[in-house]
Design a binder for this molecule. Structure first.
Ligand code: AOF
Ligand code: ZN
Length: 361
């Protein structure tokens, strides 16, 4: 096998941790000796051993002179676990192949330096682009100090998210909706505007794996959230933030008593300041957010440059209606040249629906 193939195996291992490692990265590791894989490991869950330590501890063979492939630069800090550089040196690994360098300031290049100083050969940049893509959330969160935001919506072929009278059950088929449940497992937070709550009374949970429920974030300028809606009724079981600007003290107290964490974050126009809100959420260790609309919140997040990825599900049906809502409303851009374009687009079919996903340029 080539070094790229070993790294590809390490990437596949890392992905088994998807949904369980946040706000830490997904990392995979493969140990090779005499052309044979003698150990494998991954970072299984937040707070657990890192991929390198898991791989090295699982191996009963003599590891002296072996090659270690890891998707992220080995750490050299004492965090929740001891430094991975220590165990790599202790086991007398001969050569380390790294996918992506770590952006964590506690590591960032120091991991490589420590290994080299210990006499270990280090080669970096193996499938680097792919390794960075896999951890797009981790790198964005580390480098920008903001949650990675993925805007998700489902629309008809004529670009509507509901009929003119508001009916929206369902735009897409079962397969698409099952994949959305997966996405809710992968993202740490899920954000909607108050109009979506008033229209749909959603739960915003992950039905396939309730232990992976994202934290809910509702943008609700005037604190209109009804006390009897599903979100408020389940706020003790599923962590819920409500960002607002002004409210009756009584309503505030009632929501807090229901278990909701209120964040008062007004901008100068008296709207929720979404960019400040994201900073606050980053401080709360929310590294990623699935943005599920509606059109007004989507538009303002996009306009402020806060949307990093788009998941657009498109169902092969037409509903028409000039007043039927669309996924991104607001003022819109003035000309096509100013459109928000996507790169690294992927087109996937779910049942009869099409998913277009990509990174906002
Ligand atoms: C992981 N898993 O497999 C590797 C990581 O929170 P701590 O103390 O476990 O440290 C997390 C940091 O360790 C993380 O930000 C990254 O810089 C480094 N490497 N982290 O969770 C791993 N290799
Ligand atoms: Zn480590």
């Amino acid at each position: 096998m080539t070094k790229e193939e070993y790294m590809q195996r390490a990437i596949e291992l890392s992905l088994k941790g998807r949904g369980y490692t946040a706000p830490n990265p997904m990392v995979g590791c493969v140990v090779v000796k005499d052309g044979r894989i003698i150990a494998e490991g991954l970072h299984e869950h937040y707070g657990g051993f890192h991929a390198e330590r898991n791989a090295l501890l699982s191996c009963n063979e003599d590891m002296r002179g072996a090659e270690l492939y890891v998707t992220l630069e080995p750490c050299c800090h004492h965090g929740q676990t001891p430094p991975c550089t220590d165990i790599i040196i202790e086991k007398q690994i001969g050569k380390v192949y790294i996918g992506a360098m770590d952006s964590n300031p506690l590591v960032a290049g120091k991991g490589v330096r420590i290994l080299r100083e210990a006499g270990i050969t280090v080669e970096t940049g193996i499938l680097e682009e792919r390794c960075r893509e896999v951890n797009e959330v981790f790198f964005h969160y580390m480098e920008k100090g903001l949650p990675f935001v993925a805007m998700k919506y489902a629309m008809t072929l004529d670009g509507k998210i509901a009929c003119a009278n508001g009916d929206s059950k369902w735009v897409t088929g079962e397969e698409s909706r099952a994949y959305v449940q997966q996405l809710r497992k992968y993202y740490t937070g899920i954000m909607v505007g108050i109009n979506t709550v008033l229209a749909d009374d959603p739960l915003l949970t992950c039905r396939t794996e309730p232990s992976c429920n994202p934290k809910r974030i509702v943008c609700d300028t005037h604190l209109q959230l009804p006390l009897d809606c599903q979100i408020v009724r389940t706020a003790r079981e599923v962590f819920t933030y409500v960002a607002y600007c002004d409210a009756e003290p009584e309503k505030q107290r009632a929501l807090e008593a229901a278990g909701i964490k209120l964040l008062c974050i007004p901008d100068r126009q008296g709207q929720v300041d979404v960019s400040l809100l994201l900073k606050r959420l980053a401080e709360e260790q929310i590294d990623s957010i699935l943005l599920e609309g509606g059109g007004t919140l989507n538009a303002s997040m996009l306009k402020q440059g806060m949307v990093n990825r788009v998941y657009a599900f498109i169902a092969p049906k037409l509903v028409g209606g000039a007043k039927a809502r669309s996924p991104v409303e607001g003022e819109g851009v003035d000309n096509m040249a100013g459109a928000f374009a996507l790169k690294q687009t992927v087109y996937q079919q779910f049942g009869e629906d099409l998913l277009v996903t990509g990174i906002v340029k």
